[in-house]
Write a protein that binds this ligand. Structure first.
Ligand code: VGL
Ligand code: ZN
Length: 201
C-alpha cells in the first residue's frame, strides 16, 4: 500500500521542454518511462504545467532588444529571458504524449500571471504569491515529497527549495530530471537544494 503521507510531484514534463519543443531540455523526453513507472509507488501524484499567456514577461520577445537567455532585473529580482514557450492551449504546453497523466490527482498550472514568472510549484517568482499546492498537500496530510521532471536547475530546483522551506521532507530523483544548465546553473541549483536540506537521490 503506498504511504498516504508521501506524494510524487512531476514537474513540467511538457512537449515544450522536450526535444523539438520551444524550450527543449536536452534528453527531457528520456525520463518519461521512468517517471511513469515511479507513479505506481504513490497514491498522490501531482503534475505541474508551465502555462503562460502569449506575450508573457518571461519571454525575450516581450522585451525589445533582448535575446533569449539574457538576464534582466524585474521588480521581484533577476529573471532569465526565455524563448516563447508553453503558451496556453498550444501543443508546446501539452504534457509529453507518453506521460501517464491519468495517474495524476491534481494538475497545478503556473506562470499564468503575465507580469511574474513562476518556476516553483508553490510560489510565483515573487516568492510570495502561492499556487495553492501547499494547502492541497497539507489537507491531504502529505509530509514527504519526491520530485522529478524538467528542468532540474529551474522549476525542479525552485519547487524543491520552496518545499523544504515549507517543512516538507524532499527528495529530488536526479536520474528522472534533466537540466538546462546555463552558466553553471545546475551546479548552483544542486548546492542550493542540498543546503536547504533537499536530498538528491
Ligand atoms: C522552466 C524556464 C522557463 C522549467 C519553465 O520548467 O524549468 N524553465 N519556464
Ligand atoms: Zn516558463
Amino acid at each position: 500500500m503506498p504511504d498516504p503521507t508521501r506524494a510524487l510531484i512531476v514537474i513540467d514534463v511538457q512537449t515544450g521542454f522536450c526535444p523539438g519543443g520551444n524550450l527543449a531540455v536536452p534528453g527531457g523526453d528520456a525520463i518519461v518511462p521512468g517517471v511513469n513507472a515511479l507513479m505506481d509507488a504513490f497514491d498522490h501524484v501531482i503534475l505541474t504545467q508551465d502555462w503562460h499567456p502569449a506575450g508573457h514577461s518571461s519571454f525575450a520577445s516581450s522585451h525589445p532588444g533582448r535575446a533569449p537567455y539574457e538576464v534582466i532585473e524585474m521588480d521581484y529580482g533577476p529573471q532569465v529571458l526565455w524563448p516563447d514557450h508553453c503558451i496556453q492551449g498550444t501543443a508546446d504546453a501539452g504534457f509529453h504524449p507518453d506521460l501517464a497523466t491519468g495517474r495524476a490527482r491534481a494538475i497545478i498550472r503556473k506562470g499564468m500571471n503575465p507580469a511574474v514568472d513562476s518556476y516553483s510549484a508553490f510560489f510565483e517568482n515573487d516568492h510570495a504569491t502561492p499556487t495553492g499546492l501547499d494547502g492541497y498537500l497539507r489537507t491531504l496530510g502529505v509530509r514527504e515529497l519526491v520530485m522529478v521532471g524538467l528542468a532540474t536547475d529551474f522549476c525542479v530546483n525552485f519547487s524543491a527549495v520552496d518545499a523544504a522551506k515549507l517543512g516538507y521532507a524532499v527528495e529530488v530523483r536526479e536520474e528522472l530530471c534533466r537540466a538546462i544548465d546555463l552558466d553553471g546553473s545546475l551546479a548552483a541549483a544542486r548546492e542550493g537544494m542540498r543546503s536547504t536540506g533537499v536530498v538528491l537521490g
